[in-house]
Design a protein around this ligand. Sequence first.
Ligand code: ZN
Length: 437
Amino acid sequence: MVSARRPETRWVTRLIPFVLLGCLVFSTYAFVKHICTDFFIHSRHEFRAAIALLVVYFLFLVLMLLTYFRLFLVIQFNPGVLPLGPLAVEQRAKQKEERRKSGMCVRLREGDLEAHQYDIYSWPDPKPDSPGLEAFYSKDVFVCHTDGWPRWCSSCYNWKQDRAHHCSELNRCVKKMDHYCPWVGGIVGENSFKFFFQFTFYTTLYCVVGIVSAAFNVHTLIMSGAGVDGVVIGLLGVTAFFGLFAFSMTATSARYICLNLTNVDYLKAKTLVHQVAIRVPRGTPPSIGRIASGLDYQVITYPLSRPKPEATEPSPQSSGRTVIDEPVSPRDLLATRTFAIVRTEKGENPWDLGVYGNWKSVMGNNIIDWLLPFNPSPCESAETNESFYQMGPLYQQLRSRYNLPEIPASEKGGVELDELEKQREHRGGGTRTRSSR
Ligand SMILES: [Zn+2]
């Protein structure tokens, strides 16, 4: 269970379910007693209308509660955070111990002596066999920096898989992070976005029933000169407030789903240029000077050559990534993979599968999945040997645009890495393990 870093956020998150429960109890009382019973049955003698309204009201109420509970459970117990790097685990355990000892909230801040010993890890781990690095270069494509290394989280001290972002509220990297939402108890991301959308959708419908019934009641009473019912005015206020809020969230979320973006992506969607490492045949040279189109690319070959022993400790002045060539073992040669480092144009989305494809990747493959909060989003299990997420047509377009050579059959299918695994097992294990999610 991962909770918010700030105590005030944790308290707000704990209190909000009770506020929502209070609103729900009041709304149900106002709707059943004042609108259906008093107004429709006793005043207007419209028994059928009252029954129809009750059925619709409770249908949306049940769906809203069902999606809320599913969302709440996912957010609390499976929020889709990435693992911390070993040093982050060590640092956070130390901070926790210090807080426990001092009996007060102490956090290592800039300037604290203890914090400085971890400063060097704000830079990516320079070791060629850094834990987790293999999960990237065992794929055919991943998002990278200009130098071809994967993205690094300087707070989690770990490699950041494609589409993950660091959530400052949780102090953890979250897969396809969207936003921190105290209304639903935590971070909305890859694992919870489908249920979040369903929850806001049913909340909108639930509120529409309340708004329409309450507005009809108020209008009728005013026209008949009977004066207004204060409880119904309260119902109108509560449902209008939450309805407007839920509708705007539903519309925004639907837009993100159809574009295959998150809230974080969307903020910079029009200007962001993705840097992507795409696998090319082993030993492919950089294109610099060979291509006149201006679409030059550099290359990087993994596993990286081992650095000199004295170069393993990075200094604040350098990223410590300088690696030198030295003879590598036959097993490393077998697992060698070369990647071209290319750039998308501004605003291009490598994971855009088209509106319907994007929708299905989050909402599921059939209408039952779209409407009910049972099955997880297909994108949660989209990781393959080729990529972390299903790539859109842009992936092949980039290969053509940069004229990247195709990978020969002899290098396809992870044969080299499987072979490497076998050799490692045969030797009784090595220091690196093949990473998976
Ligand atoms: Zn992080």
